[in-house]
Design a binder for this molecule. Structure first.
Ligand code: GAR
Length: 194
């Protein structure tokens, strides 16, 4: 059984989809939800689904490795970032090599990097008159949004689309694909080992 930890800072609509998708799954379980915000709605969702939660303090996250102990208690072997806005510290990446994925609401390498999250991304896409946007699912390394790209899907943007409408289109793609991509990574890996 794979044990996932989902890291999320806010609403957690992706986290909710992932939790629903893996309910009753034979091989993959969401075992922990981590947030850096005490009042993040994603924590309510976790409680409603009887999933353990962990609220992290920014300073402790960067200056200690305490979180590793907690993560090991839940036997987490794969970390999913879903709207998690802090840069993942090096020790966590070292302990989970190629085991952390992120979803970004644009077609990387465009519109990535520090400060490029949520509506900032969609406003920039709109300002540049892009004809398309989309989602990128990638491995996490020590720099924002620069890890190996695993999956991308695009959507069309028409001139009348507002940044909010672009956000809607992109979020829909995220909900459609993120869980399946995670499932693919983990099940393909199992096949390679056999
Ligand atoms: C998602 O669109 C995700 O791609 C984005 O935050 C949103 C979270 O929504 N992440 C980033 O911008 C990371 N740079 P959610 O909380 O409803 O899942």
């Amino acid at each position: 059984m794979h044990h996932l930890a989902i890291f999320a800072s806010g609403t957690g609509s992706n986290a909710t989809k992932i939790v629903d998708y893996f309910k009753n799954h034979q091989e993959i379980k969401v075992s922990l939800i981590v947030s850096n915000k005490t009042n993040a709605p994603v924590l309510e969702m976790a409680k409603a689904n009887n999933i353990p939660t962990l609220v992290i303090n920014r300073d402790r996250f960067y200056n200690t490795e305490d979180i590793l102990k907690k993560i090991h208690i839940y036997r987490v072997d794969f970390i999913v970032l879903a709207g998690f806005l802090l840069l993942v510290p090096k020790y966590l990446i070292r302990n989970f090599p190629n085991r952390i994925v992120n979803i970004h609401p644009a077609l990387l390498p465009k519109y990535g990097g520090k400060g490029m999250y949520g509506m900032n991304v969609h406003k920039a896409v709109k300002a540049a008159n892009e004809k398309e946007s989309g989602i990128t699912i990638h491995l996490v390394n020590e720099k924002y949004d620069e890890g190996k790209i695993l999956f991308q899907e695009s959507c069309e943007i028409i001139p009348s689309d507002s940044p909010e409408m672009i956000a809607q289109k992109v979020l829909q793609l995220e909900h459609q694909h993120y869980s399946k991509v995670i499932e693919n990574i983990l099940t393909k890996e199992a096949q390679l080992k056999n």
